[in-house]
Design a protein around this ligand. Structure first.
Ligand SMILES: Cc1cc2nc3c(=O)[nH]c(=O)nc-3n(C[C@H](O)[C@H](O)[C@H](O)COP(=O)(O)OP(=O)(O)OC[C@H]3O[C@@H](n4cnc5c(N)ncnc54)[C@H](O)[C@@H]3O)c2cc1C
Length: 330
């Protein structure tokens, strides 16, 4: 049977990962995108493997597990921007650790009482994939090109016209789907993060609970090669992309309480991004268009699982019948 040529809209982590999977499965693939990876929401992310603000949780867990195994493999390869690092996840409520089952048993342990903070009541030490977003997005883009994928810079205004012209379209436009499809169930989850000068003495620590009266303040510290990321905020329906100084000061203060090793590190940058929130992420086929968007705060965490689900839909398998990829490396 002749294989369709596939046109993916979007060049963030979702579009690139999906593109690589389809190319490796022998399809001819092009990406049509308004912006290149370094200008996307994906470039703003911290990023650490942890499903966050992503629904439904059962599928998020399944796709997170598949991605975890792929990231483990990528961590063994040079220059991918992926490494596995000890990550302390602090909780106030054990039920918030719904993602636990997505982690291999030998990569997670409960925290000891002396490892907790005054605010937390429980938590886990996880061997978590760290995704150095500038390096990783570059790695994905290079891999996509090396496999023969083409990238066209163009904003798609009319997806129906495009789908009439192309054989098969995969929509990976993230928050852009609100305008492209008039999908009003998509909402912004604004996040501000602070970048400090890099240091190899800083541990990775995430508080999985909010601070402040409105529950819009977070505290997490992610040590990357190029900087230390301090997070953050989680403000639903806010769409402004300008950093606010008082918010920066609050983030630094909360993170210093969490990780004393960041004290004195010089400020490098402050950035704001919009997580593509949706009551349920959209991964389904509608005629010759497959949608893969609305991954909230976990787009990297579920990226490989979602890309493989797109492959299922391309090949006409029932949704949810994801092949076992634990032995297959993309
Ligand atoms: C502060 C912050 C921290 C985060 N931390 C993490 C983390 O630690 N771990 C994690 O897993 N996730 C994290 N996330 C979430 C993650 O960044 C997103 O879920 C993910 O980037 C979504 O990727 P995407 O490829 O679907 O969308 P995007 O990265 O937004 O890419 C969308 C692409 O579609 C293109 N596009 C849009 N509309 C059109 C159009 N009409 N025509 C053509 N092209 C179009 C854009 O130009 C872009 O190339 C974080 C997000 C933020 C903001």
């Amino acid at each position: 049977m002749k294989r369709p040529k596939i046109s993916i809209i979007g060049c963030g982590v979702s579009g690139l990962t999906t593109g690589i999977i389809l190319l490796k499965e022998g399809y001819s693939v092009e990406i049509i995108t308004e912006k290149l990876p370094d200008q996307t929401t994906s470039a703003v992310a911290a990023a650490i493997w942890l499903p966050y603000e992503i629904h439904p949780v059962e599928l998020a867990n399944k796709w997170s597990n598949i991605s975890y195994l792929q990231f483990q493999e990528l961590a063994n390869q040079p220059k991918t921007g992926i490494s596995i690092i000890p990550t302390k996840i602090l909780l106030k409520d054990e039920e918030e650790a719904w993602w636990k089952s997505a982690i291999p048993k030998d990569s997670i342990r409960a925290l000891l009482p002396n490892e907790l903070t005054p605010e937390s009541t429980c938590g886990y030490m996880v061997q978590a994939p760290l995704i150095e977003t500038p390096l990783y997005l570059n790695y994905l883009l290079n891999t996509f090109h090396t496999l023969g994928g083409e990238v066209l810079i163009e904003k798609v205004e009319d997806i129906t016209a495009l789908s009439n012209e192309k054989e098969l379209v995969v929509n990976c436009t993230g928050f852009g789907s609100r305008e492209l499809l008039n999908d009003q169930s998509l909402y912004a989850i604004q996040g501000q993060i602070v970048q400090l000068k890099a240091s190899d003495k800083v541990p990775c620590v995430l508080a999985e609970y909010t601070f402040g009266e409105k529950g819009e303040e977070l505290a997490y510290v992610v040590p990357r090669e190029d900087c230390v990321i301090l997070g953050g905020t989680v403000v639903k329906y806010a769409e402004d992309l300008s950093p606010i100084e008082s918010v920066t000061n609050g983030i630094v203060e909360r993170c210093q309480n969490l990780v004393k090793e960041i004290k004195g590190l010089p400020l490098k940058n402050v950035v704001v991004g919009l997580r593509p929130g949706r009551p349920s992420l959209r991964l389904e086929r509608d005629g010759n268009v497959i949608h893969n968007y609305g991954h909230g705060g976990g787009g990297f965490t579920v990226s490989w699982g979602c890309g493989l689900e797109v492959l299922n839909l391309v090949e006409g398998r029932e949704g949810g019948q994801i092949q076992d990829t634990s032995s297959k490396v993309y």
